[in-house]
Design a protein around this ligand. Structure first.
Ligand code: C2O
Ligand code: CU
Ligand code: CU
Length: 495
């Protein structure tokens, strides 16, 4: 049944590459009502949403995760039905998930099979600077590098990995290079029996042959992409268009969502039901928060509990609502259209009894504002941070290991810039002076047009040079990035 519908979807997609095909596909699914009537007898309880493969651990040593990872050109159907040249990690898009536990010793044998330099950046992980895969540590074509690090305690959460070479991040990701990381806590406070689903949200734009359409920078579209960031018109969850997740009435599922899109910000909702927001970039909160929608900016992650609050046989969707992140001059004409990302289908089975959730999931201790040794202002304007573009041989901010700082990030222009810091998780203090209503660990914060956000961060454990940048990939590649150098404490550097 589903495969036939997928074929129908593909035809729609090829016929209308310039429109939002995921919506058209969902429309096609929703109108084939007779199909559902016959399905009821043999109800398929399998999701059509497939989880990315998990990287295979080749170590037998307990507490060690050793994997092989290759970035290489591949012949793949990024757009279903069109096999074209792409880039892939271990041959799949998304790449395989790195699934580890707190405390694990991780060894990644990486080989760059691409015809150009690359790196792998372990976005959000707190690991040594030489393992961070920043543009300062490129890996040439044909070269190998072992990324070796330990997953710190207390960092269970959802992260992701992607290339981070100088000026080519947007290109390499558009070609298919991205994958998720799940860090687990052996004593996870949420029941281990909850179905745990990973949703990697990406978008892409294609040429008629199905290859990624990456506009020439000097073309009108290329200029718009440099300003807005490159948005695609085909929306994917785990590389699939309009997949289905099944749920039973009363059931609770844990969803981990990662936004790997170059520029698209998702305003996510499930019409007809509330969601429990339980975690952010750096893992779980103290208490679940009931929300009807939330924003997921570029590179952000979120953990949700989805409860089956509707009746058996009903259906809804995970939808991205309209959100105006754009400069008024380059705002796309369809910016205020909502798009379905996947459908959520309630099985006919009788309702399950809802499970009890812990009132406190874990402690998230506030960083101590009385220990702040520096307050810095970072001004984001179009393509610039503090009026400068990235220079790989310049240090923009110098600090010391162990220092606690407050960074005030001011967006002085008319479009949103999602600000990301490598290596260290921070806490958001306030946005435009309004205290953040809950405490969480973050490594990216969307700074809205003309907004000021204050974050507090402590530079623990790892000296070295760390990037901070706008995570709209076109902005990052054009230099909306700077370097923080964390130096060892004075006493030690005198030796
Ligand atoms: Cu995911 Cu430097 O970023
Ligand atoms: Cu990062
Ligand atoms: Cu930006």
């Amino acid at each position: 049944m589903w495969s036939k519908r997928r074929v129908a979807c593909m035809r729609v997609m090829t016929a209308s590459l310039t429109t939002f095909v995921s919506v058209l596909c969902l429309g096609a699914v929703a109108t084939s009502k007779h199909g559902f009537a016959t399905e009821r007898s043999a109800e398929p309880s399998e999701d059509t949403l497939a989880m990315p493969a998990v990287l295979k651990n080749i170590s037998r040593v307990p507490g060690t995760v050793e994997v092989n990872l290759v970035a290489a050109p591949a012949r793949l159907a990024l757009l279903p039905g069109h096999v074209t040249s792409s880039y892939a990690y271990n041959g799949t898009v998304p790449g395989p998930t790195l699934d580890v536990h707190e405390g694990d010793h991780v060894i990644i044998h990486f080989r760059n099979g691409l015809p150009e330099p690359t790196t792998i950046h372990w976005h959000g992980l707190h690991i040594p600077a030489v393992m961070d895969g920043s543009p300062l540590h490129p890996i040439g074509p044909g070269k190998r590098y072992d990324y070796v690090f330990t997953i710190p305690r207390g960092t269970a959460g959802t992260y992701w990995y992607h290339p981070h070479p100088d000026v080519r991040t947007g290109f390499q990701m558009a070609m298919g290079l991205f994958g998720a990381i799940i860090v687990r806590d052996a004593n996870d406070p949420l029941s281990k029996s909850l179905p745990d689903k990973l949703l990697v949200l990406s978008d892409n734009r294609f040429r008629p042959d199905g290859s990624p359409d990456i506009a020439d920078p000097s073309s009108p579209q290329g200029e718009i992409d440099q300003e807005n960031g490159r948005e695609g018109n085909v929306l994917f969850v785990n590389g699939q268009v309009a997949p289905v997740i099944n749920i039973r009435s009363g059931e609770t599922q844990r969803w981990r969502i990662v936004n790997v899109s170059a520029a698209r910000i998702y305003r996510l909702a499930i019409p007809g039901q509330m969601m429990l927001h339980v975690g952010d970039d750096g893992g779980l909160f103290e208490h679940p928060r009931e929300v009807s929608e939330f924003l997921l900016a570029n590179s952000e992650r979120v953990e949700l509990l989805i409860r089956g609050t509707s009746s058996p046989g009903s259906r809804t969707s995970l939808r991205t609502l309209s959100y105006d992140r754009y400069d008024p001059h380059t705002r796309p004409p369809d910016w205020d259209t909502a798009h379905d990302l996947l459908s959520l289908r309630y099985l006919q089975s009788p309702p399950l009894a809802p499970i009890a959730l812990p009132a406190v999931m874990r402690r998230v201790r506030a960083l101590d504002t009385t220990r702040v040794t520096a307050r810095r202002v970072l001004v984001l304007s179009q393509g610039l941070i503090n009026n400068r573009t990235m220079n790989m041989s310049r240090v923009d901010i110098r600090s010391r290991l162990g220092a606690t700082e407050i960074w005030e990030i001011q967006n002085v222009v008319t479009m949103d810039h999602p600000f990301h810091l490598h290596g260290f998780q921070f806490q958001i203090l306030d946005r435009d002076g309004v205290p953040e209503p809950y405490r969480s660990w973050k490594d990216v914060v969307n700074v809205r047009k003309h907004q000021t956000v204050r974050v507090i961060v402590r530079f623990d454990d790892f000296p070295g040079k760390w990037m901070f940048h706008c995570h709209i990939l076109d902005h990052e590649d054009h230099g909306m990035m700077g370097i923080l150098e964390v130096r060892p404490p004075l006493a030690r550097s005198r030796l």
